[in-house]
Design a protein around this ligand. Structure first.
Ligand code: PMP
Length: 391
């Protein structure tokens, strides 16, 4: 019967990883896959993570099951990180990465409202659409990125959101929009919040890059404003990027409810959803995060490491915009310095992306580039190649 399986569509980013690996050139540059790299092109285990792991290994005396909603210290730590505080209206559950947290929140939503319809930005991280399609849940995109200005098309976005109602769930990127790097201003977050208040739709904030934009607190300003104004809100957190735990799979589904009784009901449902999908989320990476967040010394070290990663990305942004200004004699790439997060979309055509690849520079076909994949000594080469490709 398996021979009747439809051929899966190849994942563009995974195909790019393969093509890069197969390229024998020594000076090739991988700007495809979304992992942070240091100036030596490595994705090292963070110092604070290594230390927390050492402590956990020394202390752990059982591998018995935990709770279905995961490590409570981790969940509370993630709530504090996202929202600055915990309270009786907040609940949540550990999940395998940000993807797991999104899936759990999709399931929770459908149990509360089988008529729910989801909305994601155009464009968005492709897995939003792919997961909802696979779950056979109604979904649509809302206008977001303006390919002319390379910024947010806010008027069109808000017009769509103002037309939504209580069956609608809107996925918003908490910060560092993937794939465009173009983010909402605080005034725009306030206007979006007003739309949710006026029209009764519910936000689901995908928060996969906290701390990699402008800072842990700064990156949370939008979502915190929403939480302060709305009775209900969902957040999917990922520890893949800001703790560098990619393969270990730590994430957290957070739900703000109307009151404590509703929060208890949501907590019990999250436990059931976890049980049905995978029973227990992986303990190790979540306990590593809990250890870091709960220990002032480790936390300070983690914040310093995260700050260095952020500064490197933002330094590359400024440096790249400057190199492109010189090579192209124009300011049309200045948006790269304004954008935040690991990605920007260059606005190149598929033919230009292919020409860059000929030159050994690998970007996703829509010209999304992982800024953190660059190194400071490669900025000039990149700018020359982009100018030569006519971008
Ligand atoms: N949301 C967005 C916007 C992302 O970019 C990612 C990672 N690429 C995720 C969620 C999920 O990350 P993970 O499941 O690896 O934690």
């Amino acid at each position: 019967m398996f021979s009747t399986l439809p051929e899966p569509k190849p994942d563009a980013i995974i195909a790019l990883i393969q093509a890069f690996a197969d390229d024998p050139r020594e000076d090739k540059v991988d700007l495809g896959v979304g992992v942070y790299k240091d100036d030596a092109g490595k994705t090292p285990v963070m110092r604070s993570v290594k230390e927390a792991e050492r402590r956990l290994l020394a202390r752990q005396d059982t591998k018995s099951y935990t709770k279905l909603t995961g490590n409570p210290d981790f969940v509370a730590g993630m709530q504090r990180l996202a929202l600055g505080d915990v309270n009786e209206r907040l609940t949540g559950a550990q999940a395998p990465g940000g993807t797991g947290a999104l899936r759990v929140l999709f399931e929770l939503t459908l149990r509360a409202n089988p008529n729910a319809r989801f909305w994601y930005s155009d464009p968005s991280w492709p897995n939003h659409q792919a997961m909802l399609t696979s779950m056979k849940v109604p979904h649509q995109s809302y206008p977001y990125f303006d390919t002319d200005t390379l910024g947010v098309k806010f008027d069109a976005m808000i017009e769509t959101l103002d037309g939504l109602g209580p069956d609608d769930i809107v996925i918003l990127h908490g910060c560092c929009h993937n794939p465009t790097g173009a983010n909402l201003t605080q005034a725009q977050w306030e206007r979006v919040t007003q739309s949710a208040q006026d029209n009764g739709w519910m936000p689901l904030v995908d928060f996969a890059y906290q701390g990699l934009g402008d800072g842990l607190e700064e990156d949370a300003r939008g979502v915190r404003h929403m939480a302060s104004k709305l009775s209900r809100l969902m957040i999917a957190m990922s520890c893949s990027k800001n703790f560098g735990l990619y393969r270990d799979r730590a994430g957290c589904a957070i739900v703000q409810c109307e009151n404590a009784a509703e929060a208890a009901l949501v907590a019990a449902t999250l436990g059931v959803v976890n049980r049905l999908l995978y029973s227990f989320a992986p303990d190790h990476p979540a306990s590593v995060v809990a250890e870091i967040l709960g220990d002032p010394e480790l936390r300070a070290d983690w914040e310093a490491e995260l700050g260095a990663m952020r500064d490197r990305i933002n330094g590359l942004r400024t440096g790249l915009a400057e190199a492109l200004r010189q090579e192209t004699n124009s300011g049309r790439f200045d948006f790269i310095a304004e954008h935040r997060g690991m990605f920007s979309r260059l606005g190149a055509t598929p033919a230009q992306v292919a020409a860059m690849r000929e030159g050994g520079i690998y970007m996703v076909g829509d010209s999304r580039m992982n800024i953190a994949g660059l190194t400071s000594d490669k900025l000039r080469d990149f700018a020359r190649a982009a100018a030569k490709a006519g971008i």
